[in-house]
Design a protein around this ligand. Structure first.
Ligand code: BV8
Length: 233
């Protein structure tokens, strides 16, 4: 691998699977248990807020029992030891990257542990439930929703992400099915910019053919091995 000075990493639900966090599209995943339109769209929230708030309360509760796995820890080691530029763009709303010690993390789809007030539009760190309609810590209105990006909503910090991809010499996708845009299109943006692209995933994904290299296996094994490669280069 040529001299790598600037890495952008995209992670998806697969990197948290070995921590016991449900993915979306694997057998038994979240989209088998729940209807996307009912729990992950603004229309679903308007139709039945209790169902949506309960869905995210359940996931926040599951997260409180989960621990970062070897893949999160390997990326945290990369963050600490890699002297070049690094940005971990995660589609995940869990905080396992941060709890493993990673610092340069960007949650493009928001976070379970953040609440967004639909009255004053302020965000507040949130570790409790929302279905009991707590007061917004800023304006006191009982108008808090999960601070996550639903289908049809604009992901966060897109300009910063595209800027990072433009500067990168390596784009690595870890644990994502490549089913949801705009994240699924980042590999093509990278290739159009002659950025080296690598996929680490349990199985081939919808986007595998776009990557220069695609390795199949568990993130808990592939990611530490890849981080060793990068840090020993
Ligand atoms: C937007 C947060 C525009 C909430 C999520 C038609 C064509 C193209 C696009 C569209 C279209 N119709 C609609 C769209 C747009 C839509 C979209 O892409 N739809 C898809 C379904 C076609 N996208 C949007 O709506 C986005 N917004 O486009 O806005 C806009 C423009 C202007 C103004 C306003 C708006 C917003 C999408 C964000 C939705 N929110 N999550 C929450 O978490 O509840 S999406 C959710 O699914 C994830 O965040 C992630 O982004 C996405 C995919 O999930 P993955 O992370 O990949 O997980 P998945 O289960 O799918 O796959 C897991 C993978 O891991 C598998 O490959 C598996 O093999 C692997 N794996 C499993 N175990 C392991 C493993 N790998 C390694 N090790 C293991 N142990």
């Amino acid at each position: 691998m040529t001299d790598i000075r600037n890495i952008v990493i995209l992670t998806g639900a697969g990197i948290s699977a070995e921590s016991g966090i449900d993915t979306f599209r694997d057998a038994g995943g979240l989209w088998e248990q729940h209807n996307i339109d009912d729990v992950a769209t603004p229309e679903g929230f308007a139709r039945n807020p209790d169902l949506v708030l309960g869905f995210y309360d359940m996931r926040r509760e599951a997260l409180s029992k989960a621990q970062p796995n070897a893949a999160h820890q390997a990326l945290a080691r990369l963050d600490a030891e890699f002297s070049g530029d690094l940005l971990i763009v995660t589609q995940n709303v869990d905080d396992l990257h941060e709890r493993a010690g990673a610092k340069r993390v960007l949650h493009m789809h928001g976070e379970l542990k953040s609440a967004l007030c639909t009255a004053c539009e302020m965000r507040s760190p949130w570790d409790a439930t929302l279905s009991d309609r707590p007061a917004c810590p800023v304006c006191q209105a009982p108008s808090l929703r999960p601070d996550v990006v639903w289908f049809g909503e604009m992901p966060y910090q897109m300009e910063r992400i595209y800027g990072a991809i433009r500067e990168a010499d390596l784009f690595v996708s870890i644990g994502t099915s490549g089913a949801v845009y705009p994240a699924a299109g980042f590999v093509r943006d990278a290739r159009d910019l002659a950025v080296q692209t690598l996929e680490l995933n349990l199985e081939r994904s919808d986007g595998s053919h776009w990557f220069h290299e695609s390795r199949q296996g568990r993130a808990g094994e592939l990611v530490p091995a890849w981080v060793d490669e990068i840090l020993s280069a």
